[in-house]
Design a protein around this ligand. Structure first.
Ligand code: PEP
Length: 250
């Protein structure tokens, strides 16, 4: 039985004080609710205040990226140990916005994933096709390639990762994959995970759906057999809508 996990990707939104206030609001909404794992992923600059706000609660802390090197001359980058030291538990890796705007490749996704795991962080590894790729009949090959390359060489650590399927055409567009469309790709990802690490391991790995998930479509999406939670952008920026999505996973 996989415990569902819903994570909020705040992107470049919220100052540190706004982050603390939003987390306080989420904690109030989720008081006593533990059936679904809740994670917030604020910007790096908010992490210290966010960690204090999350402490002792049922809201876990995540970050939005991590560099693969342990330290050194990498101006502007953040290491896994720096995140771990702040109380971060999860880290988003390979988000499509990183791939699209910041030159992220399958190879760097793999390096970040390995660095996160080596430091004891749980990576939320994002995969997903663009509209052009879907319309061109390439959805399967893109998703399988990103999954295999991103998770290459993890060995026994494969069981620790969370995968997020995020069709790029559904992110921030208000256009959600239908539950059947999403389930089809989640099942494909699970088959790919079984190819990499065996069926027993694949059956334990959580696969989140991301792309315009909202309170009104979350329940149907998360009722699909291979959809184990959500990675939420816009709707994670308000305590009530984020909490409503989390509760829809119960
Ligand atoms: C995301 O960016 O990970 C995302 C799913 O965004 P939204 O929910 O706004 O589509």
């Amino acid at each position: 039985m996989r415990t569902k996990i819903v994570a909020g990707n705040w992107k470049m939104n919220k100052t540190a004080s706004e982050a603390a206030a939003l987390i306080d609001g989420i904690k109030k909404e989720l008081a006593g609710f533990t059936q679904v794992e809740a994670v917030v992923c604020p910007p790096f600059t908010d992490l210290k205040e966010a960690a204090a706000a999350c402490a002792g609660s049922n809201v876990a802390l995540g970050a939005q990226n991590v560099h693969w090197e342990a330290s050194g001359a990498f101006t502007g980058e953040i290491s896994a140990a720096m995140l771990k030291d702040l109380g971060v538990k999860y880290v988003i890796v390979g988000h499509s916005e990183r791939r699209q705007y910041f030159g992220e490749t399958d190879e760097t996704v793999n390096k970040r994933t390995k660095a996160a795991l080596a430091a004891g962080l749980i990576p939320l590894v994002c995969v997903g096709e663009t509209l052009e790729e879907r319309d061109g009949g390439k959805m399967e090959s893109v998703v399988v390639r990103q999954t295999k390359a991103g998770l290459d060489g993890l060995g026994a650590d494969l069981s620790k990762v969370v995968v997020a399927y995020e069709p790029v055409w559904a992110i921030g567009t208000g256009r959600t994959a239908s539950p059947a469309q999403a389930q089809e790709v989640h099942a494909l990802i699970r088959r790919t995970l079984a190819e990499i690490g065996g069926k027993a391991v694949a059956d334990t790995i959580r696969i989140q759906y991301g792309g315009s998930m909202k309170p009104d479509n979350a329940k149907e999406l998360m009722s699909q057999p291979d959809i184990d939670g959500g990675l939420i952008g816009g709707a994670a920026l308000k305590a009530d809508s984020f909490a409503a999505i989390i509760k829809a996973g119960a």
